[in-house]
Design a protein around this ligand. Sequence first.
Ligand code: SAH
Length: 221
Amino acid sequence: MISKRQLKEFERLRIRMVEEQLERRGISDPLVLEAFRAVPREYFVPAYLKNSAYKDTPLPIGRGQTVSQPYIVARMMEMLELSGKERVLEIGTGSGYQTALLSRCCAVLYSIDRIGEFVLKARQTLDSIGCLKPFLYTGDGSLGYPPKAPYDRIIVSAAASSVPPSLQAQLAENGLLVMPVGPSYGQNLLQARKKEGKFLIKECEGCLFVPLIGEEGRAGS
Ligand code: SAH
């Protein structure tokens, strides 16, 4: 349980995080900033790390996985160019933090993780903060989620050496896909826009993500 006084303090830290870690580094999309002001990150980290919830860093969530640094999540969400009307597929639900943020910026959200335990926990956390919109699934997201395709936007929070063909196929015309691409020791955020069946690629800043493990993920996984 988090007391009223703690909640106030977390709220103060959250507003400061948005100013210092996001706005000061150039994040300017109002939809994204508003989502970060609203979603309490302390609910999505393990109890022993609650006091670190607003630090400028990724945090462990178990099973060798991490909830990404807030700035990187914000950057990826900005690269998705959301208007609030899109149907979005998120791959790598993890703690559900990014799921909660995304759900405030789109119309319909599907999120998939290969670890069933994470999906159950994320569902509970999202319910506990009243975030009921996202549909969560357990499965290999390197293959996308065919039943609800095509998607206006696809965001992947695990890294691969290239964009999985299934994800390319499940992106709608004029859609955008954002994911970290590169070798396991370091990647770049990539934005792929589908235009007349072809992809226009923009590579942005460097990042470091856990591997996308699956049939169309990292070789050998
Ligand atoms: N966005 C998450 C962080 C995710 S860490 C958050 O806000 O907490 C990366 C996640 O990707 C992990 O939960 C991992 O289980 C998941 N993952 C890795 N490979 C996957 C795959 N092929 N399909 C679905 N999820 C995958």
